[in-house]
Design a protein around this ligand. Structure first.
Ligand SMILES: [Zn+2]
Length: 191
């Protein structure tokens, strides 16, 4: 119990230090901002959180169907999520390696590097961490409630489409094509 309490205190300290602008200062849809905020505060209703509330649920992760579901597992270290992060960060491999050094969502968001090669790649990269978290959660829910298939390629395509959609208010988007994200992902990010 003492270890648990110490972990909770440590988590609270980290959350208190977590800058608001990393969530509320990013021009993503407000429902996604709210989702990331609840994620950072450990309140997204994964199986472990539901069990703590007294709800009887299957504790196994819907993505990999092998380990128990928790926020850190689903969004960072599940084998399916790792494959998705690996594919999406392929243009900058050091970022994927950093995933093994973090144990909290806020750590992952805070260490996400800024890419400044050119405006299109910078914008896509800025949205990538949020779009991935959001898509992993939607995928998990679709599997839970509709029993849809899990496929890494499909998840990656949805992340790219989500990013493209979030870029729709950016006037310069008309200079680019969605297909660029499909055909030349590394080129878009690296510039
Ligand atoms: Zn899993």
């Amino acid at each position: 119990m003492e270890v648990f309490n110490r972990a909770r205190v440590q988590q609270n300290v980290n959350v208190q230090r977590f800058p608001f602008k990393v969530v509320w200062g990013v021009d993503i849809p407000s429902k996604v901002q709210f989702f990331v905020w609840t994620l950072v505060h450990g309140r997204v209703l994964t199986a472990d959180n539901l069990c703590r509330k007294g709800t009887v649920v299957n504790p196994v992760c819907r993505l990999c169907e092998s380990l128990n579901e928790s926020i850190v597992h689903v969004f960072l270290h599940c084998s399916v999520s790792l494959s998705v992060w690996n594919a999406m960060t392929d243009p900058l491999p050091a970022v994927f390696l950093a995933l093994f050094t973090v144990s909290l969502i806020e750590e992952w968001l805070l260490q996400w590097p800024v890419v400044t090669n050119h405006e299109w790649g910078s914008l896509v990269w800025k949205y990538l961490s949020y779009a991935t978290l959001w898509t992993l959660w939607k995928t998990r829910n679709n599997k839970t409630f509709r029993n849809t298939e899990i496929g890494v390629e499909r998840i990656c395509r949805e992340i790219k489409f989500t990013i493209w959609y979030w870029c729709s208010s950016w006037k310069q988007r008309k200079k680019y094509k969605y297909q660029d994200l499909e055909d030349n992902w590394s080129g878009v990010i690296r510039g």
